[in-house]
Design a protein around this ligand. Structure first.
Ligand code: ASP
Length: 354
């Protein structure tokens, strides 16, 4: 039975040349926004070489997403392509280069959400899957579940034929040194160097940036494709020195990751506990959906009013189906980039950049 709404919809589609059964003509301009983590990222403690390396990585990942979108690919595909690059990049706290737990392990969290269908997949505490973002997507597409954790999630990845690695694959010397520094400062026990890690360097690792900055680097991407669909994805090693088994906001749908074509798509970064309590990502979309707020205003409200009132720290990126792009953060810096069809690539690190 045809409902009145369907009749109206069909007339609208016919008027716009989209007859039912005909191939849908892509009419939207694509856009993508990326983050590579927020935190105490400051000019005074960042050398030019490291900064250039971060900017080059952000550019490469944004261009990978743009390439997919330009060809008419889905937002989900663009996001996965970009995040896989960042997960392989040791500069970021996701995949290889993830921060360590207080017990000296890498436990990875990730999520993806498709704004067109409201389908979502996420994983927490995985230790063997090379690309947690692809595993999150597999949970969404190949299982009846939304969220899987730990050994069960890794086993599901192996079963789905996804690349498995030894836990030491994720090890990087600078994250390890950064953990030791933090644990010493907090008078906590120092765990044994992980099995399979390369031998410790004979000369101390150069302090290429502030030890504080070594804690950051969660990655997230939101995208709008030519079909007018939006999606979001986030991948992280969590917070440095976290307790074994701790899960942050990134894989919690509505907290660190959310997407709905009815409002917006968001990926967050920062101290996850606050983002979970405020359901930050869904909150931004709720302000857009129910209050009719502009995306940037909604993002700023949640970060600068709500998050700050809890003394939380971090930031987010967001996008709407009508092409609004936003980022907002209350930390000294956030690695970030954005690009829309026909526009110029914008990359930022510090607060004082646009
Ligand atoms: N939000 C992540 C977490 O709490 C960490 C980060 O974004 O830096 O797990």
């Amino acid at each position: 039975m045809l409902r009145v709404g369907s009749v109206v919809m069909m007339s609208v589609m016919a008027l716009s040349g989209l007859a039912v059964g005909a191939q849908q003509v892509p009419s939207h301009k694509w856009a993508v926004v990326l983050h590579g983590g927020a935190g105490v990222i400051e000019r005074a403690t960042m050398d030019a070489k490291t900064e250039a390396a971060y900017r080059a990585s952000l550019k490469q990942a944004t261009e990978a997403a743009a390439h997919v979108l330009e060809k008419g690919g889905a937002a989900m595909d663009a996001i996965e392509a970009a995040i896989r690059i960042l997960e392989d990049d040791p500069l970021f706290n996701a995949g290889r280069g993830a921060v360590f737990t207080g017990e000296g392990k890498n436990e990875l969290d990730s999520a993806m959400m498709d704004g067109a269908t409201l389908k979502a997949g996420s994983v927490a505490g995985v230790t063997r899957t090379r690309h947690p973002i692809s595993l999150a997507r597999a949970v969404m597409e190949k299982s009846p579940h939304v969220m899987m954790i730990g050994a069960g999630a890794d086993a599901f990845a192996a079963h789905a034929g996804m690349e498995q690695v030894k836990p030491s694959y994720f090890f990087t010397e600078r994250r390890w040194q950064s953990l030791i520094k933090q644990l010493k400062k907090e008078s906590r026990p120092i765990p044994a160097r992980p099995a399979g890690a390369p031998p410790p360097p004979s000369t101390p690792v150069a302090e290429i940036e502030s030890p504080e900055a070594h804690k950051y680097g969660t990655v997230g991407v939101v995208a709008l494709d030519k079909q007018g669909n939006i999606a979001a994805g986030t991948s992280t090693g969590g917070t440095q020195g976290k307790r074994w088994g701790r899960v942050g906001d990134s894989p919690i749908i509505g907290a660190g990751t959310y997407a709905s074509n009815a409002s917006c798509a968001v990926s967050a970064t920062g101290t996850g506990e606050y983002f979970i309590r405020l359901t930050v990502s869904r909150e931004v979309c709720a302000l857009v959906q129910y209050k009719g707020m502009k995306l940037q205003d909604a993002a700023d409200d949640v970060i600068h009013m709500q998050l700050e009132s809890l003394h939380g720290d971090g930031g987010l990126i967001a996008i709407t189906p009508d092409g609004q792009m936003a980022w907002s953060f209350n930390t000294p810096g956030m690695y970030r980039a954005r690009l829309a069809e026909g526009g110029k690539l914008e990359i930022g690190v510090y607060k004082d950049e646009p």
